[in-house]
Write a protein that binds this ligand. Structure first.
Ligand SMILES: [Zn+2]
Length: 442
């Protein structure tokens, strides 16, 4: 036992009695409270009715809509919430980007009005997210979690729970922006469409110079950005993201409407938040690239690259959706490939070979299981999960190891501030537990 514990001497990421992350994530749900906000005269944003925000711009002889929510059901609720403020005809719809939670309700806003549909040209060719097959039911959005286990999905409250994202209400663009930016007037409203890649390559931000309103899409959210998501997507380009934020900072906006969560007002507040967001991404990108050039491994960089206090404490860089650690790993692999530089890792042992040898060193499966139990009691949930995995690689049906893993994943999930990690831990725990129950009842 002592040997096993010594092997696990790295400090657990989260102390067993520390639920502050959980509490912060819970408080973050306030961002998704249902309401229509008057951003400034003639500009209204519906927050919390769907996964993403929908903005109404009052125009000459009608309305302009920026983003359309996740599906026709949500879109109908938003039309109702806008009420008389949304005059017909709807003259134009603008998609900030391709994601289905922003493009799924267009038919409802359009009705019979036949509006022009604007987007960047890249939206037309954008490939839908591939995602990864759901190993053991893992789901970063928590779609299948029961209500008492679900808190939120980081940028949204209800993904897939009440109203799934569908392409049912999508209308294809009729007007596409080709280059970096374009100034135009739609229904008497001067606006600028600015290509601002980050979370999506085709993301455009909408700038209303007369009203000093910036509708940013998902290039700016109230969380550390999800540069390298858990759910199986290519890493988003951090350097381009920084350049996009430079463009947005230069606008000196008075109001910002992000793709999700609360709007922000005040030139100084806006500048502070956009600058912190840019600086946070830039810091992680620069430090990771510097580490790569010095031959550091991804694991070393995850330990070393930490935001300085000013940024770490900033409300727009809390790790509800993305994390610094995953960004480091994503930026590393995107720029330096999969190999971290240690020759041991060129052709490593298979998981099974390693498990057999480590379990033998530990004194056999029973000892390893005792070790996992001891780790659970000590609140070392990560090490407990790894110990259980050694056994499960050898014996996937081992019910004691599965039970230990379920407890370990719950221990990790319940303490997480990151919504996508929490959701992933808890959905896998649930699916493993269901598997146990199914085999018990045979
Ligand atoms: Zn979004």
């Amino acid at each position: 036992m002592a040997i096993v514990s010594t092997l696990g001497m790295t400090a657990p990421a989260l102390a067993a009695d520390d639920f502050s992350g959980h509490d912060k994530l819970k408080a973050h749900s306030e961002e998704f409270r249902k309401r229509v906000v008057e951003v400034t005269e003639g500009v209204y944003t519906a927050i919390g009715y769907s996964a993403s925000n929908v903005t109404l711009i009052q125009a000459e002889g009608g309305s302009i809509i920026v983003d359309t929510s996740a599906n026709p059901v949500d879109a109908k609720a938003i039309v109702e919430a806008f009420g008389d403020r949304m005059a017909h005809p709807v003259r134009a719809i603008i998609y900030t980007h391709n994601h289905p939670d922003h493009t799924g309700g267009a038919t409802i806003f359009a009705g019979d009005d036949k509006p022009e549909i604007y987007s960047h040209k890249l939206l037309v060719t954008a490939k839908p997210d591939t995602g990864r097959g759901r190993r053991d039911g893992g789901d970063a959005f928590g779609t299948a979690l029961p209500d008492d286990q679900f808190i939120n999905a980081g940028t949204q409250l209800e993904y897939g729970r009440v109203t799934p994202h569908t392409r049912e209400g999508f209308l294809p663009p009729t007007q596409t922006l080709d280059g970096e930016e374009e100034s135009l007037a739609i229904a008497g409203v001067p606006l600028q469409l600015i290509l601002t890649p980050g979370e999506a390559d085709e993301n455009i931000s909408v700038w209303l110079p007369d009203r000093e309103v910036l509708i940013a899409g998902d290039v700016f959210l109230k969380s550390f950005p999800n540069i390298a998501p858990l759910r199986g997507l290519p890493t988003r380009p951090a350097d381009k993201w920084v350049a996009s934020l430079d463009k947005l900072i230069a606008l000196n906006a008075e109001h910002v409407v992000p793709g999700h969560m609360s709007t922000l007002a005040g030139v100084e507040e806006v500048k502070d938040a956009l600058t912190a967001y840019r600086d946070g991404i830039k810091f992680v990108y620069d430090k990771t690239m510097e580490g790569i050039s010095k031959g550091k491994t991804p694991d070393e960089l995850v330990q070393e690259v930490k935001l300085p206090a000013r940024l770490a404490q900033h409300p727009y860089l809390q790790e509800y959706y993305g994390t610094v650690a995953w960004a480091v790993r994503g930026i590393y692999s995107q720029n330096a490939g999969w190999f971290g530089g240690n020759p041991t890792h060129i052709f490593p042992l298979t998981d099974r070979e390693r498990a057999e040898k480590v379990v033998a060193l530990a004194g056999g499966k029973e000892k390893m299981l005792e070790g996992a139990e001891a780790s659970l009691s000590a609140g070392e949930f990560q090490w407990a999960a790894e110990q259980a995995d050694y056994i499960l690689v050898m014996e996937p049906q081992n019910s004691e190891a599965t039970k230990a893993k379920v407890r370990a994943l719950r221990g990790l999930g319940q303490r997480q501030m990151n919504a996508t990690a929490r959701n992933y831990y808890l959905t896998v725990a649930r699916s493993l537990e269901k598997g146990l129950q199914a085999s018990d009842s045979k």
